[in-house]
Write a protein that binds this ligand. Structure first.
Ligand code: ADP
Length: 475
């Protein structure tokens, strides 16, 4: 498996399901097994200890009755002590009050003194039980006393072998391990099966998307198996529809660009051909045609410049050079510059400044956006009309409106005038030197300033463009 495939597997749903099932299977089995072993151990030890205790109690009575601690010759007690030692596979030591070993069933320490902590504790507090798991033994120190003689006369130290309890525990542990191993194997199979079932619809989504990108399917994908897959495919279909719209508008844009660039070329070709095709063309005609050709070249140039401006804005590479500017002054300058064009058609250019406004704008881009609105207001106006530019502000925004007494925009065109190359009357716009890109550039520029532009118009009455831009530019 390559590294990429490995990481893919570890990140897969299948792997996660496997891990969850393994944890769900293993953790409870380990806990249950350990609890069972622990319960068995405590119970088995308790049963054994109480059996030994009972035997010791009987023996204690007999030891006291036969004064065995002083005279250990009693055969009955001796044989019972030996029997006790044999039954539990251990050793019995009988110690008197002076810590002297009266009886050792192993016959090695008799008559010796035994001062072990167990014996001392037994004399002090009564019965003591010690258990060593590693040594597989249990040690009981039982006081020697009887109903008639309640004072402790000696201690019986019984060492009991617990090896068979341990053996059972090991067996239980092995069985537990076997169960865990079976669970692991089952979990792997179950998780493989489950994940295959669960992941299938997701795989189908992937396949549908791949088919779509390979061009096998046409419009939309649909995998309604789960709500989740339905949501994914719905979102994908939405994205697809958006991409289609974008693709269509891109092709439309390309065809518009080609058409717009071709028109001046065609005119130039017609003009040049008619000069080339005639002999002895009068100089005035030459001059006139050459003048027309120059005008077409200018037009071509304008279209290319506008297109480049738009492309730059699209690429978001058009960084703004923001400065804190006096907007009243900027508007005054714009109107002053456009005054000669307005004068040609006797159009009144009026500026209403309601208050002094200072704001963060890119001087060049803002000026060209507002100039374009005022130029349009002049271009699409009637002779002797008016253009009124107003400036106002509140604590957050400033507002520029450009209103005119012109021809207005038909209702069905209002929503489209910001589109690239859209013109209400193509031939009229072309006649007056329009490229159809001005409003698209203006809207992009205002959007870059985080502002909005709106248009209100009534055909035959006039148009008002209103622009709202934040006073402070926050990048
Ligand atoms: P153009 O270069 O043709 O002026 P614009 O993008 O600036 O391109 O404008 C798009 C179209 O919107 C124009 O062709 C015109 O039909 C319409 N338009 C823009 N401004 C006005 C206005 N003030 N009055 C009437 N129509 C307008």
């Amino acid at each position: 498996m390559t590294v990429k495939k490995k990481t893919r597997f570890f990140k897969s749903l299948r792997f996660r399901i496997m891990i969850i099932l393994l944890i769900l299977g293993i953790v409870p089995s380990v806990i249950v097994t350990q609890l069972m072993i622990y319960n068995y151990e405590t119970q088995a030890l308790e049963v054994r200890a109480s059996a030994v205790r009972a035997q010791c109690a009987i023996l204690s009575n007999q030891i006291i009755k036969e004064n065995y601690l002083n005279d250990s010759s009693s055969e009955a007690v001796n044989s019972k002590l030996e029997l006790l030692s044999n039954i539990y596979g251990g050793r019995v030591l009988l110690v008197d009050k002076d810590f002297r070993i009266v009886k050792d069933t192993y016959h090695v320490d008799e008559e010796k003194t035994l001062i072990s902590p167990g014996v001392i504790r037994c004399f002090k507090t009564g019965e003591v039980t010690d258990y060593s798991r590693n040594g597989q033994i249990m040690q009981l120190a039982v006081p020697v006393k009887s109903a008639d003689v309640p004072q402790i006369q000696g201690a019986m130290l019984v060492t009991v072998s617990c090896s068979e309890i341990m053996a059972t525990m090991v067996e239980m542990e092995q069985q537990g391990m076997l169960i865990i191993a079976i669970i692991v194997v089952l979990s792997i199979f179950l998780s493989y099966f489950l994940s295959t079932v669960l992941v299938k619809p997701l795989a189908r989504v992937t396949k549908s998307i791949e088919d779509l990108t390979d061009g096998y399917q046409k419009d939309e994908i649909s995998v309604p198996d789960y709500t989740e897959t339905e949501l994914i495919t719905d979102a994908f279909n939405k994205m697809l529809a958006r991409m289609k719209v974008l693709d269509e508008s891109r092709s439309e844009f390309v065809s518009n660009v080609s058409h717009e660039l071709k028109t001046p070329m065609t005119s130039m070709k017609v003009l040049a051909d008619s000069l080339v095709g005639q002999e002895g063309v009068p100089e005035e005609l030459y001059q006139e045609f050459m003048h027309d050709i120059t005008a077409e070249i200018d037009r071509e140039n304008r279209i290319i410049t506008d297109l480049l401006t738009l492309v730059k804005m699209d690429k978001k590479t058009a960084d703004l050079s923001i400065q804190h500017m006096d907007i009243n002054q900027l508007l005054e300058d714009i109107l002053k510059r456009l005054q000669p064009i307005a004068d040609k058609r006797n159009i009144d250019l009026i500026l209403d400044s309601f208050r002094p406004v200072e704001a963060d704008v890119d001087e060049l881009k803002f000026t060209s956006a507002i100039s374009n609105l005022v130029e349009n207001a002049i271009k699409y106006n009637v002779d002797d009309g008016w253009v009124r530019v107003s400036l106002d502000a509140d604590h957050k925004y400033f507002y520029v409106t450009v209103a005119d007494s012109g021809m207005g925009i038909p209702e069905d065109s209002i929503d489209r005038i910001f589109e690239r190359f859209y013109r209400v009357d193509k031939s009229h716009s072309r006649e007056i030197g329009g490229t159809g890109l001005g409003l698209a550039i203006t809207r992009s520029t205002i959007a870059m300033h985080h502002g909005v532009i709106k248009v209100f118009s009534r055909e035959g009455e006039g148009t008002t463009f209103s622009v709202r831009i934040p006073l402070s530019y926050i990048p």
